[in-house]
Write a protein that binds this ligand. Sequence first.
Ligand code: A3P
Length: 314
Amino acid sequence: MACLLAGAFLLVAQTNTVHSGSSQWREGTLFQSLRYHGGIQGNETEHKSSKSQTSITSQLIPQTIIIGVRKGGTRALLEMLDIHPDIVVAATEVHFFDWDENYVKGLEWYRKLMPFSYPHQTTIEKTPGYFTSIKAPKRIRDMNSSTRLLLILRDPTERVISDYTQVYYNRLESHKSVQPIEEMVIKNGALNIKYKAIQRSLYDVHMGNWLRYFPLNQIHIVDGGALIKNPLEELQKVETFLNIPAKIKTSNFYFNQTKGFYCLRSDGKERCLHESKGRPHPVVNSTVLEELRAYFREHNERFFQMVQQTFKWH
Ligand code: A3P
């Protein structure tokens, strides 16, 4: 079975990610003022811009964080936002607020992992694990209660399958055994609600934790399904939320037939996301699929009420 699944997955189109760094802007946050008053001092560097003005760049605590959800399309969102000249993005998933071993290293450690930015730019980091972390919401609020949060979600059943697919490949790579998805989702004839992939798709449960610490208007939800089909529209909503000029354009995207997804075009370069993004999913037994959908229905309804917004999930 594993071999069959692996075979099916090898239909994957292969394209590489080339990460670009660009961006600009920021608003007056607690951390900006700390920067100028020595509270959280940026490592400052002088740059001569093309207009021969001298600009100072510094590493700042992010004003915006993509908090998840894992497999929601977080990498696509980050890379697409990176096209914007007023945005700079952290290169790696930092796991500062969800991993205790990183959190104890302190804010200075965190700040130094951020890219250099000009004063008009905003810094964004993404760590998908934050959304499902019990500790992350309070820790982020403690850092800066005006941090803007971006949350990208997709149909919770699709997300389970995507999560399974990622773990499946990771296990294959490390020569570990793999099981068909049906055996992960159903245990002893019942839905295995302890399965982490299912737990992570309980958006109402996790959102409830965030809303204890942040007002709803500080959390912008990106529709991951819509980002796949029409990236520009979702990105324009993010530009509005971040209060930055609309600079991402239709010409920044082109559809790659082989990959089956939109790829990016900026600074005269074209690039698709890494091959691990947009992999074919296994065909899941229809009864199992329906069980998953039925289980999520009630949670989804609760989530829609919480966020005063609905999504076209099954
Ligand atoms: P699949 O690989 O299961 O299709 P994350 O970055 O949070 O891990 O999310 C990965 C998902 O991003 C992919 O899941 C894919 O569906 C989605 N995605 C959205 N836009 C994409 C794009 N332009 N290229 C590739 N994957 C994209």
